[in-house]
Write a protein that binds this ligand. Structure first.
Ligand SMILES: Nc1ncnc2c1ncn2[C@@H]1O[C@H](COP(=O)(O)OP(=O)(O)OP(=O)(O)O)[C@@H](O)[C@H]1O
Length: 337
């Protein structure tokens, strides 16, 4: 559906120099996917996203969406191709002097819809995003979440194949963000629209995306299924992002005062649902004290991390217990032996 081949974007930095914002990005996004691009500020996410609807032309490389190579189009054919690609923004970009219905209608007029078809489509799409009763309000009369719903309605009214989301929840509180992400997920499932989303928050990636590209300094440094990236991050930058999200560091002072062996245990899938620790405690006669932990569900799959303290009457019992935990869980790190 979407293919990027060695895409580079340079910006003029004056005095004959340039800044390379995107460096040699190649990736494919399948139809119907929710694909995330994550990275810190300045990583090149926005610039890369904007190449997907040719708001930004690459300096090198090729961008193909739905079989159309955008990077070679100009003028009317480019405008036509863009109509198949909707976009929503962090700060919504609504027209403040027009009502909710007029904001949505505007995009349909621009796409050449017949006047008689516009009003019923606007009503239908406002119903879909939960704003049927707000058609005649102005943006200033709406909450942030409602404004983003108008943005979504406007972006999908013309039946696009792709919806580009530029930090869609960064300006919203946690609960409203969750509602907007849920709406995007429904739109993807019900209408089959491919979604490409950029964010600096791994939590957004975790809650909605199927696959993710991790960007740092203009490059994609890691790419894969969201679950795999969380369970087994390979690149140092990704490890930091994931560790920051799981936030399982023990306070230094607590660590110093604790007796026994400290383990950080990762559970994946089935092992997250099995009572591994209680069985090991009974089998080897060890005491297992849970200090910190959480189990997340990414899609349908469980990913758990626990920090535990193990104590026993003999070192051998602890050793046996640790060996058994290692055999039955995804990954065990001995924080202190
Ligand atoms: N129009 C422009 N002219 C010059 N440099 C630009 C332009 N747009 C972006 N850049 C530079 O390109 C790099 C990547 O910027 P970009 O906005 O794509 O990053 P980002 O990952 O989206 O960051 P943020 O999350 O802060 O928006 C930055 O160094 C930025 O300063």
């Amino acid at each position: 559906m979407i293919e990027l081949e060695n895409v580079c974007v340079d910006f003029d930095a004056g005095q004959g120099r340039h800044t390379r914002a995107v460096e040699g990005v190649s990736l494919k996004i399948a139809a119907g996917e929710i694909f995330g691009i994550v990275g810190t500020s300045g990583a090149g996410k926005s610039t890369l996203l904007r190449t997907l609807n040719a708001l930004q032309q690459p300096s090198e490389g090729r961008v193909t969406v739905n079989g159309v190579t955008l990077s070679t189009l100009r003028g009317a054919p480019l405008r036509k191709a863009r109509q198949r690609i909707g976009m929503i923004f962090q700060h919504f970009n609504l027209m403040h002097t027009r009502t909710v219905a007029q904001n949505v209608a505007f995009s349909l007029k621009a796409a050449g819809w017949a006047r008689a078809d516009i009003a019923p489509r606007v009503a239908e799409i406002l119903h879909l995003v939960g704003l049927a009763d707000k058609a005649n309000r102005f943006p200033v009369q709406l909450s942030g979440g409602q404004k983003q719903r108008v943005g979504i309605a406007r972006a999908i009214a013309n039946h696009p194949d792709v919806l580009l989301c530029d930090e869609p929840t960064s300006a919203l509180d946690l609960e409203t963000s969750a509602n907007i992400l849920e709406l995007l997920r429904e739109i993807n499932a019900q209408l089959g629209i491919t979604i490409v989303l950029i964010t600096h928050e791994m939590n957004v990636i975790k809650s909605i995306c199927d696959r993710v590209a991790v960007m740092s300094a203009g490059k994609v440094v890691e790419l894969g299924d969201v679950f795999d990236i969380f369970a087994r991050p390979q690149h140092e930058f990704t490890r930091q992002l994931v560790a920051h999200t799981l936030n399982l560091a023990l306070p230094e002072r607590l660590q110093q005062h604790l007796q026994g062996t400290l383990l950080k245990i990762q559970f994946i899938g089935d092992s997250a649902e099995q009572p591994v620790l209680s069985e090991v405690a009974v089998q080897f006669g060890v005491a297992v004290n849970i200090l910190h932990g959480k189990i997340d569900y990414i899609g349908e799959r469980a990913l758990g991390v626990l920090v535990v303290q193990i104590t026993a009457a003999t070192p051998q019992a602890v050793e046996n217990a640790v060996a058994q935990i290692q055999a039955r869980t995804a990954q065990v790190e001995v924080i202190r032996g």
